[in-house]
Write a protein that binds this ligand. Structure first.
Ligand code: SAH
Length: 202
């Protein structure tokens, strides 16, 4: 109801959010806050995004059920599970092996079978699987991720936060057409930074 009031009107997005139990994606000590509209800490100093931002990004991405989607920044896997409910297959990349192990355990528990995972640097995209209909980045880039742009289909779309951490970050939509790329500014946001390279385990 709250999401609807704030402009999330796409019924497919709303029902995907209804079906994915967010409480399974947040640490136990925060489970009583799983349905508050706030970002919450997860392992490795990262965060699970705020429900409104997940809903908004998903609505803007406009995912169809035949589409191949790439997500950069698996984190808890919550956004991934929502995308999986809407797409044919979702490919997701995370730089922390620990976070990926946890996310994979959740996908198994929920019997979600159309997610393919990779531990790696999402800035490089997924060259063996390109081109993608849709790309979503859930950590903020300071510069244009050129390789991700090149891995979008013509007619494809990418949603990503751009900007320095803590400073003004904005969500942008990139649409690829025959001539090139159209960029549209969306809303101000706050994301953890997109960091190059795979994280080393402690
Ligand atoms: N979609 C996630 C949000 C997690 S926060 C969720 O709903 O839980 C963003 C994630 O991006 C973090 O887990 C961080 O480790 C990851 N990340 C940052 N830079 C990355 C990179 N270059 N490649 C892959 N993952 C990256």
């Amino acid at each position: 109801m709250e999401l609807r009031r704030r402009g999330i009107t796409d019924q497919r997005v709303l029902s995907a959010i209804e079906r994915v139990p967010r409480e399974l994606f947040v640490p136990d000590m925060f489970s009583d806050q799983a349905f508050d509209d706030t970002a919450l800490p997860i392992d490795c100093g990262q965060t699970i995004s705020q429900p409104f931002v997940v809903a908004y990004m998903t609505q803007m991405l406009d995912v169809g059920d035949r589409m191949k989607v790439l997500e950069v920044g698996t984190g808890s896997g919550y956004q991934t599970a929502i995308l999986a409910a809407l797409s044919r297959r979702t490919y997701t990349i995370e730089r922390y092996p620990d976070l990926m192990r946890e996310a994979e355990r959740r996908f198994n528990d929920l019997k979600i079978t159309n997610i393919t995972t990779r531990i790696g640097d999402g800035l490089k995209g997924w060259p063996e699987q390109e081109p993608f209909d849709r790309i979503i980045v859930t950590a903020a880039a300071e510069e244009w991720p050129v390789e991700l742009c090149n891995q979008m289909k013509i007619g494809g779309r990418m949603i990503l936060p751009i900007g320095k951490t803590g400073a003004d970050q904005k969500l942008v939509r990139v649409d690829r057409n025959q001539e090139g790329f159209d960029v549209t500014d969306l809303i101000p946001v706050r994301f953890v930074p997109l960091v190059e390279g795979v994280a080393r385990e402690p």
